[in-house]
Design a protein around this ligand. Structure first.
Ligand code: SF4
Length: 714
């Protein structure tokens, strides 16, 4: 590598923080700047794989739009201020609102960084303890709460979350997931294309269920184009077929299953013939899929965002889990297994195991889960007057205007707030509403441990990541901001709080007392010191069977028929099977390998090339409306409209249209110089915050009814 500087080039190893694959990276640094980013061939999980977003970390780290110091809103614009002044100002504003309106008048939300920045996970509780509000939420309720809830109800803890044992399975069904674009989610599996190809190479089979013939579907042996929002009907029919045809064999699980008879009874009405009518998948194909899956020695049924962010998300994840259970594929090699993480979140007494419906949101009565309320309730909680109204907001590493349902309503709600704090390194569609912005130092300048994603990895691995670049003395890490803010709020409220350990010190304790620690008598005797001597990470082996010992239900059994989920089947019957069919087009989302939610669009390297933000529509639907490929069209829903170019493609089912999420950075006040050249539209200007899965309160991002017409119409 030729460089102009005489300074030495340092080599650092860390993980990519952009998506859940957490690929190992080899980063070369000179004079405090990244000069190259490559895949780390010695990373035990990613083995050198890297995608275009990982390479872009160099550009993202040097982004001139990134804030280096806090900003305060003034009558004449943003003013840079010191950390001390910014934290005092933030604490004053929060406490002032709470003193006048009560603690619940302040809400907080944590975005993706909950998983990607370990200091947020370790220290958010420190801040929340002093905020003392019922109005906390996180990305769980806009992304994966159905999965967490299914695990909490069936296995006793939200983080007992089984994932596909991808490297040993022979038959995988993936529903509502496009891992070739997302690189896997709730399943840390870097280089997933090769992992999926390997299944086929060893004689296995990949089945994709998705309304769109996605990149993953094109790799698959079989693709079923399902009608959006009907996955629960398909899953119930698969189970029904297995019971009817005597294919049920839970194998080793049998001795600790509770409620399987109840499952057989409640899925009985959902026959393959009836499911065919609502899903659009032929009844014979449903029955054959049930037989093939049950007949496979090592199989796993997996569902992700498309099956979660819909009106039946909770029962869908439950029924998918049951398919793995009744075929004996849960907790078995090649099936659906738990990771045995070196730091086990399910054993952390500070983490809520997933208590359900302890309280409800004020306006709509949506249920709490795991100590949080659904994010879909926030806009109305901010706008509806009355006791308990949210009047101030702490937005932590998130862009809710683009990622919550009905973003325009949230824009309006943010405008109505008395005070807002944003922990954000950029002035985005959301943080532009803040009174003060607190920008943490970037990931590559921080240490890190994959608390979340190593818990969902397809192999047991561990690694501690040290800073690749020394942070400026003036910078603060996310956890330091949380602690400093908590201390100031506590002082103003007269609350005493204990000093806290750093995230690294917490991880050290957890490692030593975890599955591979000295306290457990494990020969690896993991500790922070030991991990620091293995910068590429340590391979702890393939996934292991852990049940029933790890179960945290009262009776240490798997609860196959939780009441709240069983009872929701009545809604499936009434709303899906017994409702008249609509002629509306149905909107779904999509991912692209060059984009990750709202966080990668300010990077020229990723944004150049074909426009990613277009409407996918089937040629027959275009012809019906006398529209043509490339036209700018108007898409209208119950809550709003957007105008964007249309792409004609036979890959999407007739009657279904798709818009990627995370775009629309062109709003007034946003300071993202690259994104503003490629603004796109926000799919969440179309999603309705009132259209939720009532069991979880999660917004149904997929399945919104929309109409599409020419731009000139209206
Ligand atoms: S797949 Fe994800 S983790 Fe890996 S390099 Fe790409 S963005 Fe980073």
């Amino acid at each position: 590598m030729a460089t102009l500087s005489d300074s030495p080039v340092e080599t650092h190893y860390r993980n990519c923080h952009i998506c859940e694959a957490v690929c190992g990276l080899e980063i070369k640094v000179q004079d405090g700047q990244i000069v190259s980013v490559e895949g780390d061939k010695q990373d035990p999980l990613s083995r050198g794989y890297i995608c275009p977003k990982g390479v872009a970390i160099k550009e993202m780290h040097g982004d001139p739009d990134r804030l280096r110091m806090p900003r305060r809103r003034t009558a004449t614009g943003w003013q840079e201020i010191s950390w001390s002044d910014a934290l005092d100002y933030a604490a004053d504003g929060i406490v002032d609102v709470q003193k006048r309106h009560g603690d619940d008048a302040v809400a907080d939300f944590i975005g993706n960084a909950y998983g990607t920045v370990y200091g947020i996970m370790t220290h958010i509780g420190y801040l929340r303890n002093v905020l003392n509000t019922h109005n906390s939420a996180s990305l769980a309720s806009i992304d994966h709460i159905s999965h967490l809830m299914s695990s909490a109800l069936m296995y006793g803890h939200q983080y007992l979350l089984p994932i596909p044992d991808l490297d040993r399975t022979e038959f995988v069904v993936m529903a509502g997931a496009n891992p070739l674009a997302s690189n896997g989610s709730l399943m840390t599996a870097p280089g997933i294309r090769d992992r999926l190809k390997a299944i086929k190479a060893r004689g296995g089979r990949l089945v994709i269920i998705d309304p769109r013939r996605t990149e993953s579907a094109k790799l698959a042996d079989e693709h079923h184009a399902i009608r959006p929002g009907t996955d629960a009907a398909l899953a119930a029919a698969i189970l029904n077929t297995m019971f009817e045809e005597d294919l049920v064999n839970p194998r080793a699980l049998t001795r600790f299953l509770n409620g399987l008879d109840e499952v057989e009874r409640v899925v009985a009405p959902f026959t393959a013939a009836r499911a065919a009518e609502v899903t659009g998948i032929n009844a014979d194909a449903i029955r054959q899929l049930a037989r093939d899956f049950a007949g496979a020695e090592r199989a796993v049924w997996y569902g992700r965002i498309g099956t979660c962010a819909q009106t039946f998300g909770a029962i869908t994840q439950w029924l998918f889990s049951l398919i793995n259970i009744v075929t004996g594929n849960l907790d078995q090699p090649g099936g659906c297994m738990l990771n045995t993480p070196a730091v086990d979140l399910a054993q952390d007494p500070h983490i809520d195991p997933g208590r359900y419906n302890e309280w409800q949101s004020r306006v709509r009565g949506l249920p709490s889960f795991g100590g949080e309320i659904p994010a879909s309730s926030f806009a109305e909680e901010m706008l509806a007057p009355g006791e308990g109204q949210i009047r101030a907001f702490v937005c932590i590493a998130a862009n809710p205007v683009l990622s919550f349902p009905n973003g325009r309503k949230l824009d309006q709600a943010f405008e109505s707030l008395e005070f807002m704090v944003a922990l954000d390194p950029f002035i985005t569609a959301s943080s532009r509403h803040a009174d003060v912005i607190l920008p943490a130092v970037p990931h590559v300048e921080c240490d890190h441990y994959e608390l979340a994603f190593y818990s969902f990895a397809v192999r047991n691995v561990t690694k501690f990541i040290e800073p690749s670049i020394k942070a400026s003395d003036a910078g603060m890490a996310d956890w330091e901001i949380l602690v400093a803010l908590a201390e100031r709020i506590a002082a103003r409220k007269g609350i005493s709080i204990e000093p806290t350990l750093s995230p690294a010190e917490m991880v050290d304790l957890a490692l030593q007392h975890g599955h591979y620690g000295e306290a457990a008598g494990h020969p690896a005797a993991l500790s922070l010191e030991k991990l620091k001597t293995s910068p590429h990470g340590i391979d702890l082996g393939p996934l292991q069977s852990r049940m029933p010992e790890c179960l945290q239900t009262d009776d240490h059994q798997i609860h196959c028929a939780p009441d709240v989920l069983v009872n929701d089947l009545a809604r499936l019957e009434s709303d899906l099977f017994s409702s008249p069919k609509s002629d509306d087009l149905i909107l779904i989302g999509r991912r692209h390998v060059r984009s990750k939610n709202t966080q990668t669009q300010n990077c020229q390297r990723l944004m150049r090339g074909p426009n990613l933000c277009t409407l996918f529509m089937h040629p027959d639907d275009l012809a019906l409306r006398e529209l043509h490929d490339g036209d700018i069209v108007r898409v209208t829903s119950t809550v709003g409209e957007v105008c964007l170019p249309v792409t004609s493609t036979e890959d999407i089912s007739p009657g279904v249209v798709s818009i990627p999420h995370g775009f629309d950075h062109g709003r007034d006040g946003v300071q993202l110089s690259v994104s503003s050249q490629y603004p796109g539209v926000s799919a969440n200007d179309l999603t309705d915050d009132r259209r939720v899965d009532p069991v979880t309160g999660m917004a149904a991002y997929n399945g919104a009814p929309v109409s599409v017409g020419p731009l000139a119409a209206n």
